[in-house]
Design a protein around this ligand. Structure first.
Ligand code: SF4
Length: 236
C-alpha cells in the first residue's frame, strides 16, 4: 500500500479498509465496524467521507493520538464533530494523553453539543469579565463537579451580570445572573423568581437543580422548553 500510494492518504486508508472488509466477509463474518483513524484531522475526515460513500457498514470514528487534553480535544472535536455533523459515524473514541475519564467526558460533551445525547445538565455560562457579580469560572467549575450525578436532561445558565444573564436565563430551566452587592437573581423556567446571596449561591443552585431533576423524573415537571407553545410545567 505504501509502495502504491507513497504516503498515508485517504485513498490508501479506504483501500486498506475495503481489503479488510472483504477478508471478513469472505469468512462469513459480518459483525464488525470499521475505523480509518489518523492523527491528521484532514486525512481522517477525508478518509471517513470516502469510506461512507463506498460501504454501508457501521463506522467507528476517531482522531488517533490526538494529543493532550486541550489540543487533543480541539482536534477531536473538529474531526469527529464534523463527521457526526455530516451524519457519518456510529461509535466514537476520543484518544487523549489524559485520564480516560477525561476522554469519556470530552466524547460525551461532543455528543451533547451536537444534540445527539441530552443526558445531564447542559450548562450555559459566560467567560466572565470585569462586570461579573461573582466568580463565574470557579462557580461553573464547582457546579459541573457537584452536578455530575444528575442524569436528567435539563439546562442551567450561569452568567456573571445582566448584560447576557437574563437573555440566557429565559432559555434555561434554572438561571443565575450576577447582580451588585453580592446579591444575584435566580430565574426558574425562564422567569425571574428570587435573589440569592453569594455565600449561599452554590448550595442553592445545586438544590434547585436536584429538586427540578427529581420533579422531572417523577413526572411532575418537564424540562423547560422556551419555544413550547404551551407552558412547559406539568399541570398541577
Ligand atoms: S454576561 Fe456579563 S459578566 Fe459575563 S461575560 Fe458577559 S458582560 Fe461579562
Amino acid at each position: 500500500m505504501l509502495e502504491k500510494y507513497g504516503e498515508p492518504c485517504p485513498d490508501a486508508l479506504v483501500e486498506s479498509a475495503l481489503d479488510h472488509i472483504k477478508l471478513l466477509q469472505d469468512h462469513d463474518f459480518h459483525e464488525f465496524k470499521v475505523a480509518v483513524k489518523a492523527s491528521d484531522v484532514f486525512l481522517a475526515v477525508a478518509a471517513y467521507h470516502a469510506l461512507a460513500e463506498t460501504v454501508d457498514c457501521p463506522l467507528h470514528l476517531g482522531i488517533t493520538e490526538a494529543g493532550g487534553l486541550i489540543g487533543g480535544t480541539v482536534k477531536s472535536s473538529i474531526g469527529i464533530g464534523s463527521l457526526l455533523w455530516a451524519g457519518i459515524g456510529d461509535t466514537i473514541r476520543v484518544s487523549l494523553s489524559a485520564e480516560p475519564e477525561q476522554e469519556v467526558k470530552v466524547g460525551f460533551e461532543m455528543l451533547k453539543a451536537l444534540g445527539l445525547r441530552t443526558r445531564g445538565v447542559r450548562v450555559v455560562s459566560c467567560p466572565s469579565c470585569s462586570r461579573q457579580g461573582f466568580d463565574v469560572i470557579r462557580t461553573v467549575e464547582t457546579l459541573e463537579k457537584r452536578l455530575e450525578h444528575i442524569k436528567t436532561p435539563m439546562s442551567l445558565s450561569v452568567l456573571g451580570c445582566v448584560v447576557n444573564g437574563p437573555g440566557e436565563a429565559r432559555e434555561t430551566d434554572i438561571g443565575i445572573t450576577g447582580g451588585g452587592a453580592g446579591k444575584h437573581m435566580v430565574f426558574l423556567s425562564g422567569v425571574t423568581d428570587h435573589h440569592v446571596k453569594s455565600e449561599d449561591m452554590l448550595d442553592h443552585i445545586v438544590s434547585l437543580v436536584e429538586a427540578k431533576a427529581a420533579q422531572i423524573e417523577a413526572g411532575e415537571a418537564v424540562a423547560f422548553d422556551p419555544h413550547a407553545t404551551q407552558p412547559a410545567e406539568a399541570a398541577e
